[in-house]
Ligand binder design. Structure first.
Ligand code: CA
Length: 227
């Protein structure tokens, strides 16, 4: 059974979440504040955490930082509309994904399934870690991308970006995370670099680069590999 820890102070929303998740065979614990959340995360060892950022006793981003001190459990953040700085801070602190309130239960459950899937083992075929789409495939071990049976020539920078994105399918990676990983911390404001390199990757991999299907931009936030 997949165990979910719901951290949310809105009792009505908690009730709706618990009912819907239990109906789908999830085991659910609920915490109304950050202190209880950190205690339950340690004692109940959830497989996924759903975390509201607006908690009565502490900032949700601090809950993420505290969790990331000792666990890689997927964290799905619930966040108020328009609070995009808050979402970015949450993702940079180590959250895996966010969903904006108000959300539909179907959307939340889909994100929850995606979060659980990402923690399942990456498929390893003959010692090769392969990510495949309808249009191209990426061999993370051989560091090779192939499209329509042909090798795609990628620069080291393009490869690094692609590797980070395809390693976490469905997950939003913030501009800051990408810039820090690829160019180092001092470059973390140069988002124009990212636009240039992402455009190149799309030209090389997407069949319609101006309407990307796999390398998706989340405006103002970052990028997501959809498979
Ligand atoms: Ca709240």
């Amino acid at each position: 059974m997949t165990r979910v820890l719901v951290v949310e102070d809105d009792a009505q929303l908690v009730r709706a979440l618990v009912i819907n998740m239990q109906a789908r065979q999830y085991g659910v614990d609920a915490a109304p504040d950050g202190t209880t959340a950190l205690r339950l995360a340690a004692t109940r060892q959830p497989d996924v955490v759903i975390l509201d950022l607006g908690l009565p006793d502490m900032d949700g981003v601090d809950v993420i930082r505290a969790l990331r001190g000792w666990t890689r459990v997927p964290i799905l953040v619930l966040s108020a509309r328009r609070a995009s700085d808050e979402k970015i801070a949450a993702l940079d602190a180590g959250a895996d994904d966010y969903i904006t309130k108000p959300f539909s239960m179907d959307e939340l459950l889909a994100r929850l399934r995606a979060a659980v899937r990402r923690t399942d083992n990456v498929p390893v075929v003959n010692g090769t870690v392969l990510v495949t789409t309808d249009d191209f495939s990426v061999d993370l071990l051989a560091k090779k991308a192939t499209r329509a049976g042909r090798d795609v020539r990628l620069t080291p920078t393009e490869w690094q970006l692609l590797e980070i994105l395809v390693s976490s399918p469905g997950r939003l990676v913030t501009q800051k995370q990408l810039l820090q990983e690829v160019w180092g911390a001092s470059q973390s404001t140069k988002t124009n670099y990212l636009r240039v390199y992402m455009a190149q990757l799309r030209r090389k991999l997407e069949s319609d680069p101006s309407h990307p299907r796999y390398l998706i931009t989340e405006p103002g936030m970052g990028y997501r590999f959809e498979n």
